[in-house]
Design a binder for this molecule. Structure first.
Ligand code: PLP
Length: 425
């Protein structure tokens, strides 16, 4: 829509698309980075004489469009829509595909904010939901209520338990029942996982996380697959049944758009996503090995581990296992204590930035799902492994586990870390 960008980047590699799609040098000056169009309205050349379609920045803004084109190219989608937050993106997509009386199937360890949106915001508007184990496609099929279930919401890997959903298998059930399949691709990123190619109709992102990547901007996006349609039997608000038209309509009509500066920061992050993810991932693998060997750690959760319940599916549908690692210490007090003693890992919510973060999901990010089907173990610690020098990360974790009283557990004293012994190799 913006574009002086005539080149077709669709056959280029991932980073080439992330760096160039939607980002042709600016026509007047040749600026190689899209300018921040910090503007609300646009001069018309006579009534209705819009320049390149721009009328008002809620409806369209060149900086936001540059980000949207780049995100669509990165995910292999037909169109992308950038929002003020991940939850704003989710809200627009859910309202595009659901009507009062409809039902949605969600993962039983879906992101807490997604659960709150579906259960506590959309619930009172007549939307019903069923949480299931997304690793089990049969459980998904069993939860589908034919004629009523209009969306299946899969997150993979999940937050914070790093559960895996088999996107290809669930897509088959979505297609056969006329529901749309949405994948929250925030943890994997389009660099490591391409859900649209696996059959999903739409991808959502909290671009706040890895795509922005620097913990300096909150944002979200919906990316729609080529040809994706609204759920069977639903009419769109613009007279078509194309999913992209319905999401685009809602982006403007409810208006939770990404601002120009936020879009620009997010686009800046997207360009380096691949190199950052490579380092996040190699550091996460080292952290995982360290934790497996540590006597104070009872369980390590990482999809790259052969005994992780979703390992085989993850190995098939992802090109890497990502930068998130979780572990358990056996009791809530020691888990909280570890979180309080790190110096390189910062105690904070959120994830996906260059700096390493640590948190206690039970009392922080997942406090809102306590006493629901989505409650997480209270001895769980979540790490967002950053891109610092890995030796500093390992030393920091060692001293924090020590300070929490977990470091000097006698070897063989029965803090069963048998799971760990399976993957010493
Ligand atoms: C953070 C997050 C969200 C919500 O995004 P916001 O940008 O915080 O609104 C949704 N899904 C996942 C997996 C997340 O981590």
């Amino acid at each position: 829509m913006t574009s002086s960008d005539a080149h077709d980047w669709s056959t280029a590699g991932f980073s080439t698309r992330a760096i160039h799609a939607g980002q042709a040098p600016e026509a007047r000056t040749g600026a190689v980075v899209p300018p921040i169009h910090q503007v609300s309205t646009y001069k018309q050349d006579g009534v209705g004489g819009l320049r390149d379609g721009y009328e008002y920045s809620r409806s369209g803004n060149p900086t936001r469009h540059a980000l949207e084109e780049a995100l669509a190219a990165a995910e292999g989608g037909a169109a992308a829509f950038a929002f003020a937050s991940g939850l704003a993106a989710e809200d627009a997509l859910l309202r595009a595909v659901l009507r009062p009386g409809d039902h949605v199937v969600i993962g039983n360890d879906v992101y807490g904010g997604t659960y709150r949106l579906i259960a506590r915001v959309l619930g009172p508007w007549g939307i019903d939901h069923t949480p299931v184990d997304m690793l089990d496609p049969d459980a998904v099929l069993a939860a589908i209520q034919p004629g009523r279930t209009r969306a299946i919401w899969a997150e993979t890997p999940t937050n914070p338990l790093l559960g895996i959903a088999d996107v290809e298998a669930i897509a088959v059930h979505a297609r056969s029942t006329g529901a749309v399949l949405v994948v929250d691709n925030t943890f994997a990123t389009p660099y490591l996982q391409q859900p649209l190619a696996l059959g999903a109709d739409a991808v959502v992102h909290s671009t706040t996380k890895y795509i922005g990547g620097h913990s300096d901007v909150v944002g979200g996006a919906v990316v729609v697959a080529d040809g994706a349609q609204l759920p069977a039997g639903l009419d769109g608000p613009t007279g078509t049944t194309a999913l992209r038209d319905a999401v685009g309509f809602l982006q403007n009509a409810s208006g939770a758009v990404a601002g120009p500066f936020d879009a620009w920061l997010t686009l800046r992050g997207l360009k380096t996503l691949a190199v950052r993810m490579d380092r996040h991932q190699s550091n996460a693998e080292r952290v995982t090995r360290f934790l497996l060997d540590h006597p104070g750690v009872t369980h390590v959760l990482y999809p790259g581990l052969p005994d992780h319940p979703g390992h085989d599916v993850a190995a098939r549908q992802m090109t890497g296992f990502g930068g998130m690692v979780a572990f358990r210490t056996g009791d809530a007090e020691s888990a909280v204590a570890v979180c309080g003693h790190t110096r390189v890992f910062t105690l904070a919510e959120s994830l996906g930035g260059v700096e390493s973060l640590i948190e206690h999901p039970g009392r922080m990010t997942h406090a809102s799902v306590a006493a629901t089907a989505l409650e997480v173990p209270d001895d769980l610690v979540r790490l967002s492994v950053g891109i610092e020098d890995v030796d500093d990360l390992l030393a920091d974790l060692a001293q924090a586990l020590d300070a929490a009283g977990l470091g000097r557990v006698a070897t063989g004293a029965g803090r069963g870390h048998a799971a760990g012994e399976d993957h010493q190799s």
